[in-house]
Design a protein around this ligand. Structure first.
Ligand code: TRP
Length: 473
């Protein structure tokens, strides 16, 4: 999941943004002139609209062709100034709505499919397991080609899971765990291999970090992942800084992707500019390559066609749109995807979580007391100002962050429903709701810390050693 740090938001200066909008406008015009396929034009128009929105947010002015920005209003997150389009890419998540990003709109814009009840029921039928509460509650809400994965599974054809994390700091918060908790569930119910990529190279390129520091973060982050309970016989965790140099097959796939994506395409997908370093421009190929099973010959032997399923937060989708576009051209199946929503910051669903702001989320290193204080002090409340008003009108769960956090961490549907009703009716007060969240999170975090403490460096090494897993191909 992208780290939504304060500095990432509108880190482009207005002039750069202006140039990006202009370049994208030209691209749309030439696509139209060439009579390019409709979906290609639509994708380019969508990107143009989000760039225009960023421009407006950064400058306070509408984009006007031919008039570069002169003086501009300071960046503000206030309601209304970001238009009604949400902005979502690997580096920015931006919305003016207190309920958070409009995910149904995002499905249409990204051209993915909704995880609807039919699909959830099918997953239940095929696996014989009750669907995870992340599925039942729409936390994993969108997918690409999930029915293909289920067809394959029903026909006893193998698939594998791939997910990853950019180790930008040692501070992991509960939101970072969402894709991994879900991936573990998928691995358990489908009994398939899992590869986890730690993109320390990516973080070196994007952040102010040394290569050594990035690798150190990898190791610390890997411990948190292992503590979630992945099975060492079925899971390979790798650092790009390690694995790339030892695996010719992985590198060959990176190269194949690099040959089939142009600079123009990555500019269009990721908004790179002429002043981005060349490392960034070629990096998407490195995140794409684990989607192909031949990148892991030690696991998949000489098989070439084992399909990959990628659970990830929706902000990572641009990488995999690119991957799916390239895959058939280099002779591989397209990876399937399952997308999750974003985890809200304590301050509210439209603000960004920041690993550098300890009050923006609950971190895996927090003590029970810190958890309590943070929630009581900082969790945005959908309650009313006074007890009298609250009793009379009730609270609003749609914007209440404590309630939102409970949807992620309280597994019991019935209890959650009771809480919602009581809060909405005014019977449950904000302080009481917060207490329920505190009591839910404290044991989860404490148990995580306990498991992490017991890990040895040998165990970390075992997970990170390229090897055959408990599957024969
Ligand atoms: N780029 C991702 C991040 O910054 C890390 C990542 C690499 C990833 N491969 C992935 C995330 C596959 C999801 C799925 O966090």
């Amino acid at each position: 999941m992208a780290d939504l740090r304060e500095g990432d938001f509108c880190s482009c200066n207005p002039l750069e943004l202006f140039e990006q909008v202009t370049a994208q406008g030209e691209k749309v015009r030439s696509l139209k002139a060439e009579k390019a396929p409709k979906d290609e034009i639509e994708a380019a128009v969508k990107l143009l609209l989000s760039l225009k929105l960023s421009y407006k947010t950064a400058t306070g002015q509408e984009y006007k062709a031919g008039s570069p920005p002169t003086d501009f209003a300071p960046v503000s997150n206030g309601p209304g100034d970001a238009g009604d389009e949400d902005l979502v890419d690997p580096w920015t998540v931006q919305t003016s709505n207190a309920k958070g990003v409009d995910y149904d709109k995002l499905i249409v814009r990204f051209g993915s499919s909704k995880i609807d009840n039919d699909l959830i029921n099918r997953i239940e039928r095929v696996t014989g397991h009750k669907p995870h509460h992340f599925l039942r509650r729409g936390i994993f809400f969108s997918h690409r080609d999930m029915n293909q994965i289920l067809d394959a599974y029903e026909n006893k054809k193998p698939f594998y899971l791939y997910t990853g994390r950019g180790p930008s700091s040692e501070a992991i918060h509960v939101g970072h765990l969402i894709p991994f908790i879900f991936t573990k569930w998928l691995q358990d119910v489908f009994n398939v291999p899992l590869v986890i990529q730690l993109t320390d190279d990516e973080k070196y390129l994007w952040k102010d970090l040394t290569v050594e520091k990035a690798y150190q973060y990898t190791i610390e982050n890997v411990k948190d992942l292992i503590a979630l309970g992945f099975d060492v016989n079925k899971t390979f965790i790798f650092s790009d800084l390690d694995y790339l140099g030892t695996s010719p097959e992985f590198y060959k796939n990176i190269l194949r992707v690099q040959k089939h994506v142009t600079f123009n395409q990555v500019k269009g997908i990721f908004g790179f500019t002429d002043s981005d370093c060349i490392g960034k421009i070629s990096f998407p190929a490195i995140q794409a390559a684990p989607s192909f099973c031949t990148s892991f010959p030690q696991i998949f032997n000489d098989k070439k066609d084992i399909q990959c399923l990628i659970p990830c937060a929706i902000d990572q989708d641009p990488y995999f749109r690119m991957t799916r576009d390239v895959a058939p051209r280099i002779g591989y199946p397209k990876p399937a995807l399952m997308h999750s929503v974003f985890f809200p910051a304590l301050q509210g669903a439209q603000t960004k979580m920041s690993a550098s702001d300890p009050n923006s989320s609950i971190f895996l290193t927090d003590t029970p007391k810190q958890i309590k204080t943070k929630i009581n002090k900082h969790a945005f409340s959908g309650g009313k100002d006074t007890v009298e008003e609250h009793r009379k009108y009730g609270g609003n769960c749609d914007v209440d962050v404590s309630y939102m956090y409970l949807t992620f961490f309280l597994e019991d549907d019935e209890k959650l429903d009771q809480i919602k009703q009581a809060y909405t009716s005014g019977a449950l007060l904000t302080g009481e709701l917060k207490k329920l969240l505190i009591e839910t999170l404290q044991p989860v975090i404490a148990a995580h810390q306990q498991r992490r403490k017991q890990l040895t460096s040998e165990m970390v090494k075992e997970f990170m050693t390229p090897r055959k897993l408990a599957f024969d191909y």
